[in-house]
Design a protein around this ligand. Sequence first.
Ligand SMILES: Cc1cc2nc3c(=O)[nH]c(=O)nc-3n(C[C@H](O)[C@H](O)[C@H](O)COP(=O)(O)OP(=O)(O)OC[C@H]3O[C@@H](n4cnc5c(N)ncnc54)[C@H](O)[C@@H]3O)c2cc1C
Length: 395
Amino acid sequence: MTSEKTRTMIERTLYSPDHEAFRDSFRRFIDKEIAPFHADWEEQGYVDRAVWNKAGDNGFLCMSMPEAYGGSGADRLYSVIQMEELGRAGFSGIGYSLHNEIVAPYIERYGTEAQKAKFLPAMASGAMIGAIAMSEPAAGSDLQGIKTTALKQADGSYILNGSKTFITNGWHADMVIVVAKTNPAAGAKGTSLLLVERGMPGFSVGKRLKKMGMKAQDTSELFFDQVHVPAENLLGGDALENKGFICLMEQLPWERLQIAISAVAAAQAAIDWTVDYVKERKVFGQTVGSFQNTRFTLAELQTQVQIAAVFVDKCTELLLQDKLDTATASMAKYWCSDMQCKVMDECVQLFGGYGYMWEYPITRAYADARVQRIYGGTNEIMKEVITRAMGLGGK
Ligand SMILES: Cc1cc2nc3c(=O)[nH]c(=O)nc-3n(C[C@H](O)[C@H](O)[C@H](O)COP(=O)(O)OP(=O)(O)OC[C@H]3O[C@@H](n4cnc5c(N)ncnc54)[C@H](O)[C@@H]3O)c2cc1C
């Protein structure tokens, strides 16, 4: 977002010089360890495992986790910078943010001491990759309708049965937080989170799903067939049995804001690429950028990105103060991802036929953007959340 090409006009006040120095070093990491390989990773459908280990070696994983568990004890702005830089560069195959800022925080916030000691240092080093499995073939928006069960046995362990789909990092994952019903009769109040590890008998990873965009990101199906999950792998231990839904709800504001952050960064990058392109491309003896339609379109898009950026920075400030509520985060998620898709569409148009060619970053960015309105809770669900906060009820 603070690229030399950034055309937003309102100065950002969130970041210190240390944050900006970190941005530079993470950009260098992207240039060296991601950019040269990302197109090949798109072809193979997943990123090389080495890019996780290298991130761990460089201190780029689980930065906001405490030092005692292998993190850096950094504030979340460092993670925000990573999201912005990956969004700006368009390297959507990299699943760091889900690992660092969705999976690890569940363990840090709710895990027992033993769970933190076991999983967080391994996640910070890149030795272990994390995923979270909520969605099922027949339950996405309606999470209360999940069918996966984890039934308690006489020895306190659980037998897990069910399947999950669309799981980011699912193919690489060494540990998956699985949302399951531990008391199926009790609905949301019978839901728990289990830490399921690669190699547990009966746990298998299905095929990597072929997607419209985000082609280098390993999105997979997961299957659980009579998986024996020891009692110590219930997140938070006995105290959190059947309280998984509450944990999921508490984490929503940050998870949704992350989508908004990446949306703004990706949209700004698209505008920057397009401004460069229309200055060069000549049609009817003049540049595409000289047409009033082009200039007005880009002015409108830049205005929307600027407005979104200010709102998202304010939400980030609230998050850091622990004051970001779910409805406001839902506004950010829905509005920014809608805006991102509109920006991508208009920018592709200004590229003409080249905007439809995969080798052009704008084409990839267009394809990548579409899912932002779907995952993390669809934008329709965001509107439900917002209206509920307005006292309008609904489902
Ligand atoms: C690339 C990708 C990565 C993903 N990563 C993960 C992951 O890591 N972990 C995970 O658990 N899940 C993940 N998901 C799943 C994602 O969160 C779900 O796809 C999403 O929540 C929507 O659920 P669904 O696909 O079942 O759609 P459905 O719930 O079937 O929705 C279908 C349509 O109905 C609409 N709808 C539903 N309910 C309402 C309502 N009350 N009012 C109005 N409209 C409604 C929806 O908005 C949507 O338009 C991922 C998905 C994708 C595509």
